[in-house]
Design a protein around this ligand. Structure first.
Ligand code: UD1
Length: 435
């Protein structure tokens, strides 16, 4: 099993470039199902979830090329050959975002069979709101043997008010509504930049959409969408992870190819803690000094503090003077990293949805276990500042969403090496087979 070995103590210095956003790339790839023509996506990150999605689309009969040269992170997807509108348990269980194919499949093919995702490390994560939304658009839904099956002659426009804000739920229904007959109005939508980016792609494909990126989205259905070329937005969570890593290690780091507006709540919180931040048009310079004071955070939907940055922030809180209260409002079980941080010397108490972090405590190296994608990132950051050599096991979690993180960190002065197979391998990846 792959491990990272990290010797702490080096400040991160220099420039690191952020990759494309995994969470924008995944719905964009699913959107290709809405047309028979090729969809070309650029700035695709080289991460494991993208390979999973490629496999998912290929299993349906799509032709998916992943250009994995260093220079171009591009995929060309042709769904004109899709003949099996089904997402199997084997793929859905490794990546919950696979459920993003549900809406596009039923809208385009009139039928979709998608495995229910089941439980997950950070909480229950049901898809009831996706199902309810599709029903309001006229799909007949049945559930058996662990699968959701949706059928319709053609979806028709409807009025959807989400009971709760859901990112992939908004994206799934946005895609479905583009091919529905008539107008759809969706309220209480997720306002994440990844939703707005998906809207931009769909418009390039010929969809009529207004309000993507706001809480009310209006869609006028069309009978057909066409191919398009689109560049995926930068990964705000990867950017935020490097920014916190630089702050914790007392570094001076230029984080390039990111959009500071996408991480406004994080940056202002870091300033409150005492981190010096310089915002530029498409980069952020972070100047750490190690002299930080505690500040509370509450995770919220965008534009609030992102749950995907909570674990990394908790590591910073262990290095800030005083008590920080970290409240997790989005997922009920997202504190798995806390116990691992405690094993490294942190003082953290969990009370329900709140973690009480008392700092500043020196961290020391230990053997720790990565439990999910963002939890892994918090352990990497902790290891970068811990005394001694930390071994992080199960780093396949981090490969799901961070592109060559160890190379990027080494490039700015970290002592980090991987034991086991490098992902992605440094060879061109073959195009997926069609079936
Ligand atoms: C997306 C992101 C993930 C991020 C999360 C919250 C992708 C691929 N993943 O996940 O990185 O952590 O947003 O910002 O973009 N819920 C329901 N019923 C549903 C759907 C969701 O109750 O049908 C609940 C969830 O259990 C959770 C909350 O709504 O408590 C938000 O989840 P949601 O926004 O859907 O998360 P994802 O889209 O799965």
């Amino acid at each position: 099993m792959d491990k990272f070995v990290i010797r702490g103590g080096n400040p991160l210095l220099g420039t690191v470039r952020v990759s494309g956003a995994k969470n924008a790339a995944l719905p964009a790839m699913a959107a290709a199902l809405l047309t028979d023509e090729p969809v070309i996506l650029e700035n695709i990150p080289q991460v494991r979830d993208i390979v999973t999605e490629r496999n998912l689309l290929a299993a349906m009969g799509a032709e998916v090329e992943l250009g994995y040269g260093r220079a171009h992170h591009r995929t060309t997807i042709n769904c004109g050959t899709v003949n099996n509108p089904e997402a199997s348990y084997d793929l859905v269980k490794t990546m919950r975002a696979s459920t993003l194919v549900l809406g596009p499949l039923v809208a385009k093919f009139g039928r979709a069979r998608v495995s229910m995702p089941g439980g997950c490390g950070i909480g229950a994560r049901p898809i009831d709101l996706h199902i309810k939304g599709l029903e309001s658009l006229g799909a007949a839904i049945t559930q058996d043997h662990g699968y959701v099956e949706a059928r319709t002659d053609r979806l028709r426009g409807g009025h959807i008010v989400f009971d709760k804000i859901t990112v992939t739920g908004t994206e799934d229904l946005l895609m479905a509504a583009t091919l529905a007959e008539g107008e759809t109005v969706m309220e209480n939508c997720a306002r994440e930049p990844e939703v707005a980016d998906l809207g931009e792609l769909l418009i390039k494909m010929g969809a009529h959409i207004q309000g993507h990126g706001t809480s009310t989205i209006k869609i006028k259905g069309v009978t057909k969408l066409h191919g398009a070329k689109h560049r995926i937005i930068p990964d705000r969570i990867e950017a935020g992870t490097f920014i916190i890593a630089a702050a914790v290690t007392g570094g001076d780091l230029n984080v390039t190819n990111c959009d500071p507006n996408h991480i406004a709540s994080l940056l202002s919180k870091l300033e409150e803690v005492g981190v010096k931040i310089v915002r530029n048009h498409d980069s952020v310079r972070v100047i750490g000094n190690g002299d930080y004071k505690a500040a509370d955070i509450v995770t919220e939907e965008h534009p609030g503090f992102p749950t995907d940055m909570q674990a990394q922030y908790m590591t910073l809180a262990t290095q800030s003077e005083g008590t920080s209260i970290v409240t997790e409002n989005i997922f009920e079980n997202r504190f798995m990293h806390a116990q691992e941080l405690v094993r490294m010397g942190a003082n953290i108490k969990i009370e329900g949805r709140r973690a009480i972090v008392r700092g500043k405590t020196p961290l020391s190296a230990a053997a720790v276990l990565a439990s999910d994608l963002r939890a892994s990132a918090s352990l990497v950051i902790a290891a970068l500042v811990a005394e001694g050599e930390t071994i992080i096991d199960r780093v396949y979690h981090i490969d799901r969403g961070y592109e060559r993180i160890e190379e990027k960190l080494r490039g700015v002065g970290a002592e980090i090496k991987r034991l086991g197979e490098v992902f992605p391998k440094k060879v061109a990846m073959p195009a997926a087979q069609t079936t």
